[in-house]
Design a protein. Structure first.
Length: 464
């Protein structure tokens, strides 16, 4: 047994995917009925924690890249559709999802002969929206307590990963390398993971009690300060305001916890800065934050060139889309380069292709016809989440959970305007999972309210 474990340990370092293939039969034999929830939780942890690195884990079959996320997600969605009675109540979002997938599939059929695997790569984004069905079904099947435990595990994992930020160079250099399109280190990808750390920060404020909320929330703030994302600087205060508005009369205790976390987080930063004075783009201090934000006003500072690139990409994409009526309606299609041939990396071998704004990209690729069901899908899910936060049918614990879902959804939707976040599963899966669980929670609360009403009316009818 010791020799077997040693062999698997060595294999996991040299060939991680081969080690997974060897362990799969043992896992299937031991877990059995828990396979679905394990696979779902594994998808979320992998994409939230390892972000873009995990998005590049996969295989090549006949030269065709097959991401690991799709290899797991599609069987889960197929399983759900076989037991579709559990999808009863999904309502209008289900119709919008079907319409969007149908049009995206039509675009793939048209564009694949011209763009090949690039068109298929862009098609994975609407395909990953099937996670809505998986999240809705799983919440109904396994319940509220399971959802709380799963998200707690996800947030604790991403916080643990955030604590390794000072060593991100070593993680990237010596960790596993994967690459469906180009070689990418699995670990050390902290830009997209910063969004997950922001979500974990609000989980600490809304779901945990002191002192855990103070300590873990302070670690999240320290990690955000070192990752140095302008989008997060702007998103966090906006999300705080959104949560306070959505909470209404719900007593969350968030203002007091936020004040305590900021004080403790400042202390943590004072201890961390001497050990890790260099963040992702500069020193960790207030002047660096101010210099980064000033680039949004056209001034020079860390990341000023990336802001200019984004403005140029957006202008170019909008100009291309509005030059003809058919392109406005039908879109430019899947596989099209939307960034004017912009390339990065050694010898400029990596083509960007995306304007770093998911809303503009959806409009560019699918046109008005595809944008309408996309807006309908996210609009109907967002409205359901808002209704759940204001509903009197939910318990206090359920409402605070919904408030955290609103915070997480808001962060992802705001960052999607500055990064190609929803173009990869590390953005799409967590976002659509939170929306799907919020919808399922609202439907359960409404069903409880109807049952309670029927129970109250029953005796009165009998007496009459």
């Amino acid at each position: 047994m010791l020799m077997l474990l040693a062999g698997l340990g060595a294999l996991s370092v040299l060939q991680p995917l081969a080690a997974l293939a060897c362990l799969a039969p043992l896992y299937l034999a031991l877990r059995r009925e828990h396979i679905f929830r394990d696979a779902f939780a594994g998808l979320l942890i992998g994409n939230v924690v390892f972000s873009y690195g995990f998005a590049n884990v996969g295989f090549r079959l006949g030269g065709m890249p097959v991401p690991l996320t799709e290899m797991i997600l599609l069987p889960l969605a197929g399983w759900v559709l076989l037991y579709r009675r559990s999808l009863t109540g999904i309502g209008l979002p289900g119709y919008f999802l079907a319409a969007l997938l149908a049009y995206a599939l039509l675009r793939l059929i048209i564009d694949f002969p011209r763009y090949g695997t690039l068109a298929l790569r862009d098609f994975t984004t609407p395909l990953e929206l099937l996670c809505l069905l998986v999240a809705f079904w799983a919440f109904n099947e396994y319940g509220f307590e399971w959802a709380k435990r799963m998200w707690l595990a996800v947030c604790l994992c991403v916080i643990g990963y955030a604590l390794l930020f000072p060593f991100y160079g070593l993680l990237a250099a010596h960790g596993p390398i994967f690459g469906l399109q180009q070689p990418v280190p699995l670990m050390g990808q902290y830009v997209e993971a910063g969004v997950g750390i922001g979500v974990a920060f609000f989980f600490c404020l809304l779901r945990l009690k002191a002192p855990a909320s103070l300590v873990l929330g302070a670690f999240c703030l320290a990690a955000i300060a070192m990752i140095q994302m302008r989008g997060l600087y702007l998103a966090i205060p906006v999300v705080i305001l959104v949560v306070l508005i959505a909470s209404g009369r719900v007593r969350t205790g968030m203002p007091a916890r936020l004040a305590g976390t900021l004080l403790f987080g400042g202390l943590v930063l004072m201890l961390v800065i001497p050990q890790a004075p260099q963040g992702r783009v500069g020193q960790v201090n207030v002047s660096t934050v101010g210099a980064q934000l000033s680039t949004l006003l056209g001034r020079s500072g860390p990341g000023d060139s990336s802001f200019e690139y984004r403005v140029n990409w957006l202008n170019k994409t909008w100009t291309d889309q509005t030059q003809s009526l058919d392109r406005m309606l039908l879109g430019s299609g899947l596989g099209t380069d939307l960034a004017s041939g912009f390339a990065v990396g050694e010898n400029d071998q990596l083509l960007v292709r995306k304007p770093h704004n998911d809303y503009i990209e959806v409009f560019a690729r699918y046109g008005v016809i595809g944008m309408l069901p996309w807006i309908g899908l996210f609009g109907s899910l967002g409205w359901a989440l808002w209704r759940a936060a204001r509903s009197s049918y939910l318990t206090a614990d359920e409402r605070t959970f919904v408030l955290w879902l609103i915070a997480g959804v808001s962060i992802y939707m705001l960052i999607a305007a500055t990064q190609p976040l929803l173009a990869f599963p590390c953005g799409t899966l967590p976002l659509i999972t939170m929306l799907g669980m919020g919808l399922a929670l609202l439907r359960q609360a409404e069903a409880r309210a109807r049952t309670d009403t029927d129970d109250l009316e029953g005796p009165a009818v009998t007496a009459a």
